[in-house]
Design a protein. Sequence first.
Length: 578
Amino acid sequence: MDNSIQRARGREELRKARKESRGLYWFVAIFSFLVNLLMLTGPLYMLQVYDRVLGSRSEATLLALTAIVAFLYGMMGILDFTRGRIMARVGARFQAKLDKRVFDAAVRKSAVLPDERSATGLRDLESVQRLMTSPVLMSIFDMPWTPFFLFGIMIFHPWLGYLAISGGVILVFVAILNQISTRRPIAQSSHASMRSEAISDQIQSEAEMIQAMGMRRAAFDRWQTARNESLTSQLKTSDMGGMFSSITKTFRLFLQSAMLGLGAYLVLQNELTPGAMIAGSILMGRALAPIELAIGQWPLVQRARKGWDNLVTLLGEVPPEAQRTALPVPKARLEVQQASVIPPGDQQASLRVITFDLKPGQALGVIGPSGSGKSTLARAVTGVWRCAGGKIRLDGATLDQYDPERLGEYIGYLPQRVQLFEGTIADNIARLSGQPDAEKIVAAAKKAAAHEMILKLPDGYDTKISATGGRLSGGQIQRIGLARAMYSDPIILVLDEPNSNLDNEGSEALNQAIRVMKSEGKSVMIMAHRPSAIQECEMLLVLEGGTRAAFGPKDEVLRKMVQNHEQIRQASGGGGVR
């Protein structure tokens, strides 16, 4: 799909979520009008004090005016606090509305493009929400009233108005210059910070390997290089933003003094009263305050804008899941018809025109050298990667006809590298379910022959583990991963190099689990290098260079491969294949 169409779709989705609070925006606008109207309290109070109270020396008038001013300021404070609370809820509603959508989009994009940091979508959403609840957004509601304050100054005396307008124009110019100058440094700082965090996360996840191989100094040097780049970018951004903030603050203070000086001159010329001089200075400070606040908080605005753009791209590229008609529980019949798969981000297919079928009660072994497309096939069969050509059908229906959540229950998956999550072993087997079924957890562990192993751990199924598995061995992690794959009682089990970390006991447990699956009329697909992994397989698929080299009954395929090998050996002069 055209990129502009994708972005338009993502932008419309964000706007729709924002429009749900349109009524609250109107309340904020009304309260902002009242707050800015009440901002005239100070100038009017000073005008009355200097021009009437001091002249009449009336304490009663001063007391009455002060009481009225206290009441009006109290009302202004309540209204200002109320509009802040409203905007906080607007931001919370916006984030709550999009949390699941952005989370799903980030996970789906990361599943097909694991090297991209699409998980930052949640951070992007948070940056937009922070802008909605920040004072800088209140200043946007206040800015439309700036011309009215300037007009009020003009009423006191045209010269004062000209001075205030000139100062406002200069501050607006500074704000525009600030936006242009800081856009690139802020983007560079954000990118450098994400890169530094990514390296830090990777080092922490591989801490054991780094310690064992004496890589701490090299790992630190690599992280420090990225960290220094991030700090340098942050300092540059901070310095530039601070420079503009200082210029704005200094210039505004100078304007206030200049306003007093010009007002004093006009008073000496009998063209202005002392009260109007003070009131004009206060009005100008109020008129220019929103601009100064916006300049001071501009990095927050820039991050929110970047976050909005990232969300537009993410939501446009990953549309919402379409509602699918619920299909009955399928039989364990898998058909791969002329399937070609292009890994996301690549231009060339890693699987080309693959055809085979898997019947209930069968186990299929998929063998081939590294890079032949075994893991690609596993991802395609589980629905993680889609076919660029051809079809993959489960009980007659293509995979995209099933809801992804339901498909994950029908097809259990043990990836080549098993990743556990923070929590208990039971949580991991139950796939982080909020309402785990203890009976299903134990049943899945028994099917994976992991039950006895788990009971020997300090707290059994309630043993706490980290994302890296903690003190669990590679084989233990793999057996817990197998139990997780079998938790939903799948009809097809896809195992990618399942015995790479298993000992003899673990391999036998795996074979036992495969026998149980077949006896229940279910199917198993095993991507393997080691012959022991395909011991229970009746069928064999051989991949070479992303194409099907052979498919059929295991003994027949192996015999054919041996004959081909013998022919190649004889053709090479009996010296073997070098």
